[in-house]
Design a binder for this molecule. Structure first.
Ligand code: GLP
Length: 263
């Protein structure tokens, strides 16, 4: 696992956007680049930078197919807190050449959630899997909506949100956790770790415990993001405040490794 430590949020986002753009640009033109995407406040700066690069002609999304991580169950697309709305508002509407038919987001209003999730997995498989899955994590280390104690072998399915997550996400629902949907559709941990590459953004002091658990703790269902340790090409991009709970040795080790990467 690589841990790329950047001084602040802006630098973390620029690093991640450059990394993703370089991967898209290096991809063979005869097949689409399949990109997994998250919502949340963490990726907003990455989306802004990728949109800037797209406008500047530095990266094209014409040959990119996207799959989003998750969606609230019971929220229609037009709801301003649906992840469909978020993705269009914060990213897709700002790209010059993203094809709407290449955007995949779980439908929170589907009649049959099990069938919706099975079809999502099948569609990912039809592209030969995801090339790069970008993600964020919750303060309890949840990856997508895979709350603590979700199986590390899980696939796309219905998830029950914990009270903690509903309290944290209540900030988007008039500070009322009760208004946060109780369930969501979410890719599984194995859906993410099956991707050829995984890039997780972890920023801010409130994620410090989760970062330490992901990197220094054992692989455990308690911190579902710790499954990244079993992935052959996982990268965590983080900022300095998120490093607060790492040991000094760990922190220095990853700085050394990244310095060597650049040589
Ligand atoms: C939600 C999403 C997660 C996201 C998390 C963190 O719970 N389901 O995919 O990673 O929020 O969001 P933020 O980046 O705002 O801290």
């Amino acid at each position: 696992m690589r841990v790329v430590i950047q001084e602040n949020y802006d630098k973390m986002c620029k690093w991640a956007a450059n990394y993703i753009a370089a991967k898209i640009n290096a991809h063979p033109a005869d097949k689409p680049f399949v990109l997994g995407l998250p919502t949340g406040s963490s990726p907003i700066g990455v989306y802004r930078e990728l949109a800037r690069m797209n406008h500047a002609g530095e990266v094209s999304f014409a040959n990119v197919v996207t799959f989003n991580m998750d969606e609230y169950l019971g929220l229609p697309r037009e709801h301003d807190q649906s992840y469909w709305y978020f993705m269009h508002d914060n990213f897709f509407n700002h790209l010059v050449d993203m094809k709407p038919e290449n955007i995949n987001i779980l439908n929170g209003m589907c009649e049959d959630p099990e069938a919706e999730c099975a079809a999502y997995e099948a569609k990912i498989a039809s592209y030969g899997g995801i090339d790069l899955f970008m993600g964020g994590i919750g303060v309890d280390g949840h990856l997508a909506f895979n709350e603590p104690f979700t199986s590390l072998t899980s696939r796309t399915g219905v998830r029950v949100l914990t009270s903690d997550t509903r309290i944290v996400n209540g900030r988007f629902f008039g500070n009322d956790p009760e208004k946060v949907p109780a369930k969501a559709l979410s890719v599984g941990i194995a859906t993410v770790t099956d991707s050829k590459e995984v890039l997780i953004l972890i920023n801010g002091h409130n994620k410090a415990r989760a970062l330490a658990a992901s990197v220094e703790g054992g692989v455990s269902q308690k911190w579902t993001c710790s499954a990244l340790q079993m992935h052959p090409a996982a990268i965590i991009a983080c900022d300095e405040p998120a490093c607060g709970e790492l040991t000094v040795d760990t922190y220095k080790y990853f700085l050394d490794i990244e310095k060597a990467e650049r040589l």
